[in-house]
Design a protein around this ligand. Structure first.
Ligand SMILES: [Zn+2]
Ligand SMILES: [Zn+2]
Length: 327
């Protein structure tokens, strides 16, 4: 090989390497990647007549359509009872279509587990379809609050185009004060208020004939709970109440349904108890929050999804709570 030919070969090899490098980096970081496909809505059956759809374990975003919470439905001879309305009108329309496809029936009732944005922004579609909406009476406080109004306003930007100027808050047709038995098409449901826990208006729905419990956000599975301004003392008590149901299946507000309700309920409870003990100690000693947070051993919970998104805020809210809660 002449010097010239060798040089040409080296140049060709170099060009090939550059091309390979470009291909590799293009693979790692596509220039104009399409947004990841949103999680499809798939109805999963958990008992003879109970189903649910599962949202992503994530914060709400335009990419996930605010499909971050679950909704359940129960097929009865007289129509379908839905539990929670999902996080946008578009998701609600999709759920109504799924219900129709699976059961051939219309939605007659929607029972809300609580008034949080990701569980209620679909309500207007169920209302339009003629369903009766049932919620615990303390939901009225949220409906009439600045928090609700400002959150919706912000969501019209943050969750566009899924939440828009047409999206509005919807009041229940029936406000429940205490335990209520609802019979639809001969199928008995128990509506049990358990708040104040995750929210003042928490309500669980139990289908005793099939031992299925729709627990809303008082039981989290597969992710760290979002504590917010919760009354965690009463929440722990609510979890003990729910443990007393002999549920075989639990459909939580987020994450997959569970065939081991006891373990999941206990994990949520143990997390709350741990938060409360650690933060009560700090508040009692008047340790500054940052220091107390650093010194707390979070190893049991830090592997859970959303730990990094939620734990510090949960701890901080609990710290504030413990400063004011009588011992
Ligand atoms: Zn919630
Ligand atoms: Zn939720």
């Amino acid at each position: 090989m002449t010097t010239g030919a060798r040089l040409a070969a080296i140049v060709r090899a170099g060009v090939a390497l550059l091309a390979l490098g470009a291909a590799l980096s293009a693979h790692a970081q596509p220039a104009a990647a399409p947004a990841p496909a949103p999680t499809p809505m798939v109805a999963q059956q958990v008992s003879a007549s109970a189903w649910y759809v599962q949202g992503e374990s994530a914060m709400g975003s335009p990419a996930n359509r605010n499909f971050i919470s679950n909704a359940g439905f129960i097929d009865t001879p007289a129509g379908v009872v839905v539990i929670d309305a999902l996080g946008s009108p578009a998701l609600a329309r999709e759920l109504i279509a799924q219900v129709r496809r699976r059961t051939g029936k219309a939605v007659t009732h929607v029972i809300l587990t609580h008034y949080h944005a990701d569980h209620i922004y679909g309500l207007q579609e169920f209302k339009r379809a003629g369903a009766k909406i049932i919620a615990q009476r303390h939901g009225l406080e949220y409906l009439n609050s600045d928090t609700a109004r400002l959150r919706l306003e912000a969501s019209r930007t943050d969750l566009a185009p899924w939440i828009d100027a047409e999206t509005h808050l919807v009041a229940a047709d029936e406000w429940v004060d205490g335990p209520r038995e609802l019979v639809v098409g001969g199928v008995k449901l128990l509506l049990q208020p358990v708040g104040p826990a995750h929210t003042p208006e928490d309500m669980v729905v139990y289908l005793p004939a099939e031992k299925v419990l729709f627990a809303g956000d008082i039981v989290f599975r597969g992710r760290l709970p979002f504590v917010g301004q919760a009354d965690s003392r009463h929440w722990v008590a609510a979890l003990n109440t729910v443990l007393a149901y002999d549920a075989k299946v639990i459909v939580p507000g987020h994450g997959p349904a569970s065939n081991s309700p006891r373990e999941d309920i206990e994990l949520t409870r143990d997390y709350l108890v741990y938060l409360r003990e650690a933060m009560a100690r700090a508040a009692r000693n008047m340790d500054p929050f940052d220091e107390a947070y650093q010194q707390t051993d979070w190893s049991r919970f830090e592997k859970l999804p959303l730990f990094h998104a939620a734990n510090r805020m949960n701890a901080y809210n609990t710290y504030l709570l413990m400063e004011h809660e009588p011992p």
